[in-house]
Design a protein around this ligand. Sequence first.
Ligand code: TYD
Length: 194
Amino acid sequence: MVSQKGDETMRRTLVIFKPDAVNRSLIGRILTRFEEKGLKIVGMKMERLNVYKLKQHYEHLTNKPFFEELLDYMSSIPCILAVIEGKDAVAVVRRLAGETCGRDASPGTIRGDFSMSTQTNLIHASENDEVAKYEIDRFFKPEEMFSYDKMNFNWIYCRSEKGMYTEIKDKGKSVEEIEHAKKKMMEMEQKKEQ
Ligand code: TYD
């Protein structure tokens, strides 16, 4: 089996389960959606978000009329924060979340199924890879996140989707050597699965 640790094809995103998700006892159901999709939880905690961090987090909305109300709501009770990992995790989680306004969000999405509001829309999900990095750094210390192998990994991604060549590349081999090693690894994987 190919190690998942240090797999450079994986991406991480920040998800905040907002106060309405906590209050409406929807944490478990929402988390299940991420787990069932095949995403990996690599960090998780409960935190009452302070206004200082929230002002940074929602800086792009500073001039909006709903800004103060948003800060009040987001700091009203603790949130659950999670770092979620997977291939294209940022985009995948955004699609699972659905449109900002729950009333407009498609059925099948988290907001589409459980929310009727633009503000109490259950979860925050990072917008893109760059933003995800800032947001994860804002809310999580490195030691609060984990790299670990998951048993179902081989059934979540196909061989060519797995970052199986990381270790070889790290050894500074030539492209030809990497290609050769790639082929060998695929053959070995194939044999193991037979
Ligand atoms: P935004 O970044 O536009 O959406 P998204 O969460 O889908 O990335 O807005 C951030 C949050 O601001 C949104 O989740 C809820 C809140 N918000 C309001 O309270 N009222 C509004 O009219 C909008 C557009 C957003």
